[in-house]
Ligand binder design. Structure first.
Ligand code: NAD
Length: 407
């Protein structure tokens, strides 16, 4: 939270906003903490903490992922909901920002336990979510199955099907083509543009990716399709290098639950992966992986933040001093929320787009944000992170000011 607040303070100062603006922008609008009881398959009943934070609803309904991870807490959830607010404003989506989750290790849940936990969590936050209020989506530890259960739980209570209450759903339930790969596709588009800025030919440019989940895997696939060479990937158990194709590693990890041991690969620690001599480093796991301790060893020329908040302020300062171009999270991983927006629009209109239309519109919206960030960074002589925050924060501040203060 300290990092998110420091980034906001800097943007407020750089934009010369008032103390009133700071007070408004630095305060989350609605916080719900819930107890989520779970009956385990063996009959034991356990209690888990759940959260839903609606950081802002000024520019539209709030929007943000649901995380199932043992380490989540209220403070981090507020910080992530704040980041979602600037991300939606930066990409000009008509949303505020939200985040939620349950402090549980999703790996310890059977399928039936996962379903019961998801449904009970949904039921506990039901009064504050809805297509016009707050629209959850998948994040770490959740996927389209969880979204199907959330959609069903909400719909059963409403008495009719409400697909637009969540995004990231299976296609047959009103999901959008291109949503599964959207965040990774956006990471790849951001990488392509950053390579242009640095004058590096994408053909054969090398990439290392930390995190091989929904973001890391799809980013790797999209980057390979653009002609880059993914030389290393990692998951929570460590990294591997030496593979022929990302798909091979993926097939192995589907069967074995980890990438470690994939045929023909050599092992790396997560730290070794961060320090590889590659053109592009993509942290796509959890927060705080590029820190004061790890940043000085980074040799990549470009860092593209697939994860949310993967770089601490100290780590960021070191990367900047080394002249590394950092494409910040709220820009680099915004492909997910952009296509979530398309999914919501399609659900509300009951009219579904083809894959090409999704791809073209994602590229259009993300490219507009990238160009705006690049221009702002140049004209104000600030980093891409500062420029992205200035753009996002200024739009929310302007919306606040135009709506006025009630009463
Ligand atoms: P996921 O659960 O699908 O995958 C997370 C991956 O990170 C897994 O491969 C896991 O093994 C790995 N991991 C966990 N701890 C690690 C560690 N210490 N070192 C290396 N790898 C580790 O989650 P995801 O949806 O891919 O999300 C990853 C990040 O991207 C998160 O910060 C999330 O908030 C952010 N994000 C996700 C989306 C989305 O659409 N899913 C959108 C925007 C941002």
């Amino acid at each position: 939270m300290a990092t998110a607040l420091a980034q906001l303070r800097r943007a407020v100062d750089q934009l010369k906003l008032s103390e009133n603006d700071w007070n408004t922008l630095s305060t989350p609008r609605r916080i719900l903490e819930v107890a989520v009881p779970l009956r385990r398959d063996d009959g034991r009943v356990e209690m888990y903490k759940g959260y839903r934070v609606q950081y802002s609803t000024t520019r539209g309904p709030s929007k943000g992922g649901v995380r199932f991870h043992q380490d989540i807490n209220l403070e981090e959830t507020v910080a992530l909901a704040m980041l979602m607010t600037w991300k939606c404003a930066l990409t000009n989506l008509p949303y505020g920002g939200a985040k939620g989750g349950v402090a549980v290790d999703a790996h310890t849940l059977s399928l039936t336990e996962n379903e019961r936990l998801t449904r009970r969590y949904t039921s506990e936050i039901l009064p504050i979510i809805g297509p016009e209020r707050d629209i959850p989506a998948p994040d770490v530890g959740t996927d389209e199955r969880n979204m199907a259960w959330m959609m069903d739980t909400y719909s059963v209570n409403a008495g009719f099907a409400v697909p637009s209450v969540v995004t990231g759903k299976p296609i047959v339930l009103g999901g959008s083509l291109g949503r599964a790969s959207a965040t990774g596709d956006g990471v790849a588009i951001s990488t392509r543009e950053a390579l242009k800025v640095r004058g590096i030919n994408p053909q054969g440019a090398t990439v290392a990716i930390q995190g091989f989940g929904k973001v890391g895997y799809w980013a790797a696939i999209a980057l390979e399709a653009m002609g880059l060479k993914v030389v290393a990937v990692s998951d929570v158990n460590g990294g591997v290098t030496g593979f022929k194709s990302v798909e091979e590693v993926f097939e192995y990890s589907k069967k074995n639950g980890t990438i470690i041991g994939a045929p023909g690969t050599d092992r790396l620690t997560n730290e070794e992966l961060l320090h590889l001599g590659v053109d592009v480093l993509i942290p796509a796991a959890l927060a705080d992986s590029i820190t004061e301790a790890t940043a000085s060893g980074v040799k990549a020329r470009i860092v593209v933040e697939g994860a949310n908040a993967p770089t601490t302020p100290e780590g960021d300062a070191i990367l900047n001093n080394k002249g590394i171009l950092v494409v910040p999270d709220i820009l680099a991983n915004s492909g997910g929320v952009i296509v979530s927006y398309f999914e919501w629009v399609q659900d509300k209109q009951n009219y579904f787009w083809g894959a090409e239309e999704v791809r073209e519109n994602l590229n259009k919206i993300l490219m507009r944000a990238i160009v705006e960030v690049e221009d702002m960074a140049k004209s104000k002589k600030v980093t891409w992170r500062e420029a992205a925050h200035m753009l996002g924060v200024s739009r929310v501040a302007e919306a606040h000011s135009l709506r006025g203060l009630y009463p």
